[in-house]
Ligand binder design. Structure first.
Ligand SMILES: [Fe+2]
Length: 239
């Protein structure tokens, strides 16, 4: 790809559609938020390009998290599927999607997670794949449990799945969380609520999806992920 093809730069996020750096209800943000105004830097070749991952780089995709061990993990089996689009609804094919999550009891397979809940020997909680030609991805997993955290008294995170995407450039890098519809913990979750824009927050919640639900096997959830897009050359209109 030539520089000329990409030098139009990527859209800046609309105000309120990204988490505030300082959101006092999310206690960790108080110490790490910048104390001085941010400096907007121009988008150069460093920002408008990025690594491209192929199947050779990532090895065999891990799309079924329920078949990584000798037995099936405990929990409610679910399908999580969707498309990766840019903010002009253009598909982003062949891009790396990674996810990680707690098990059905709300515990991560990680040494720092000492939450008093059982590990599941049949669940690792990590998946990765490239989107297909039409920018689709699909994972089979189990619904993660809610877990306590020490942000405030009696704090519990809503059930969520972490996602990481690169897209075509460092400017499109996205690390986010997917939530489940109807979760009563969303209303009091400081991480979910540190994005001011209501419609932007709603984009973090998956939709229950009959079309991907498999009878007697798994409920389906649709979660489309939107990356920053580039300004597109307008179509020429002739009178
Ligand atoms: Fe988490």
């Amino acid at each position: 790809m030539s520089i000329n093809e990409v030098d139009r730069g990527y859209h800046r996020p609309a105000p309120g559609t990204q988490p505030e750096h300082l959101h006092p209800a999310y206690v960790s943000s108080v110490k790490r938020a910048p104390t001085k105004p941010l400096v907007t830097i121009p988008q150069t070749i460093t920002e408008i390009t990025g690594p491209r991952f192929s199947s050779k780089d990532i090895g065999p995709p891990i799309t079924d998290l329920t078949r990584q061990h000798q037995q099936a993990p405990l929990g409610e089996r679910i399908i999580v599927a969707g498309r990766v689009l840019d903010d002009e609804a253009r598909p982003v094919p062949h891009t790396l999607v990674e996810l990680w999550q707690a098990n059905a009891a709300g515990r991560y397979l990680h040494p720092q997670d000492q939450h008093d809940a059982p590990l599941d020997p049949n669940f690792t909680g990590f998946g990765c794949a490239l989107t297909d030609d039409q920018a689709r991805y699909r994972f089979v997993t189990i619904r993660p449990g809610c877990y306590p955290w020490r942000n405030h008294n009696n704090a519990w995170r809503p059930a969520h799945i972490h996602f990481s995407l690169f897209g075509p450039a460092f400017a499109t890098r996205l690390v986010t969380q997917m939530y489940f519809p109807g979760d009563p913990l969303l209303a009091s979750d400081p991480i979910f609520n540190c994005t001011a824009d209501e419609s932007a927050r709603q984009r973090l919640i998956a939709h229950f999806d009959w079309d991907s639900t498999i009878p007697e096997t798994a409920l389906g959830y649709r979660f489309d992920i939107i990356l920053r897009g580039r300004d597109q050359t307008p179509v020429e209109h002739r009178d």
